[in-house]
Ligand binder design. Structure first.
Ligand SMILES: Cc1cc2nc3c(=O)[nH]c(=O)nc-3n(C[C@H](O)[C@H](O)[C@H](O)COP(=O)(O)OP(=O)(O)OC[C@H]3O[C@@H](n4cnc5c(N)ncnc54)[C@H](O)[C@@H]3O)c2cc1C
Length: 294
């Protein structure tokens, strides 16, 4: 097998000119599993590990720009973790330390699993994904990039280069339900972002549909019922309505990890708790758990 080791994007694009059927390899934590199970037999591989432009992160005005090659371990580090706490929380739940050292944000997007843990956070943050090829650059919303389970709109020779998200948009929470505490694929995961200045709540659901789902009716309802000046949540009736709308946004299936009913229930509980945590953290309070959300 031919292996290309480019050190720049230009060299990576050249590799695709030499071998158009080559496949991209980042940390290999999804890719190599498929190779080992003979589900993928690439004629050639373009390794992205040494590509300078894909490394690290930077601030650009009000945005944080994350290189596609950034690892979960880097996303959890204090400075970046403070800017993007939801992404740091999601990263903490991914695999084991070895997987978090090798696995990348670009790889999570490239795999496009409905259970990918970074994806609900990116959806709730309205992330912009920059992809590039020899022909130029495109900037995509998450739902323009990921269009089905393990299906992206990436064309031949296109590389995810960076992900742009607003810095410190507001409070962020990520919650994940699995069949055990660690090293687990999500049965359901939820990201919730509260934009205090914009007076809005955004809520994205993973593992409960073919792609990540924004619970837009629930977002709209709760954003209109919060007392933004007092920074207090509405009453139990409104919270129950919010939770019900989150559940109805989910389009889960039964599979070997969970029933659809449980998944639908789980996203409601996670969204309710995420909202409670955001406000509790802000106000130094705790939210009472009610029977319908336990
Ligand atoms: C034991 C184990 C536990 C795991 N636990 C979790 C978990 O808890 N949560 C979770 O979400 N995932 C989990 N994963 C899956 C995996 O670690 C993540 O999806 C990871 O982000 C993949 O990144 P990678 O760099 O290893 O990608 P790779 O495996 O190198 O590539 C994955 C796919 O993305 C493509 N790709 C990679 N980089 C780019 C790019 N820059 N542009 C375009 N396409 C690209 C590749 O061609 C390939 O199709 C786990 C995997 C293992 C083996």
């Amino acid at each position: 097998m031919l292996v290309f080791l480019p050190v720049s994007l230009e060299e990576a694009f050249d590799a695709f000119e030499q071998c158009p059927d080559a496949q991209l390899l980042a940390g290999g934590t999804d890719f190599m599993v498929e190779v080992n199970f003979a589900l993928r037999q690439p004629p050639a591989v373009v390794c992205l590990r040494k590509v300078e432009e894909l490394k690290g992160w930077r601030l650009d005005g009000a945005d944080v720009v994350l290189g596609a090659g950034i690892t979960y371990t880097e996303l959890m580090a204090p400075q970046l973790g403070d800017l993007l706490p939801g992404l740091a929380q999601a990263s903490r739940t991914v695999g084991s330390p070895q997987i978090r050292n090798a696995g990348t944000l670009g790889g999570n997007l490239g795999t496009a699993s409905p259970a990918g843990d970074s994806l609900p956070v990116l959806a709730a943050l309205d992330a912009k994904i920059v992809v590039a090829s020899k022909q130029g650059r495109r900037i995509l919303e998450l739902d323009d990039l990921i269009v089905g389970p393990k299906r992206t709109t990436l064309g031949p020779g296109e590389v995810i280069v960076e992900v742009r998200v607003p810095a410190a948009l507001g409070s962020q929470e990520f919650l994940k339900v699995g069949t055990r505490n660690a090293m687990v694929i999500a049965v359901a995961n939820v990201a919730l972002v509260v934009d205090w200045a914009g007076r809005s709540v955004r809520c994205a659901l993973g593992s409960v549909g073919p792609v990540v789902i924004r619970a837009r009716d629930a977002e709209e309802l709760i954003s209109s019922r919060i007392d933004w000046a007092g920074r207090t949540l509405p009453d139990d009736g409104d919270l129950a309505e919010f939770t019900a709308l989150v559940r109805s946004a989910a389009r889960p299936i039964d599979d070997h990890r969970s029933t659809a009913d449980y998944r639908r229930h789980a996203v409601g509980v996670c969204a309710y708790r995420a909202l409670g945590r955001v406000f509790a953290n802000h106000n130094g309070e705790t939210l009472e758990r009610t029977s319908w959300a336990s």
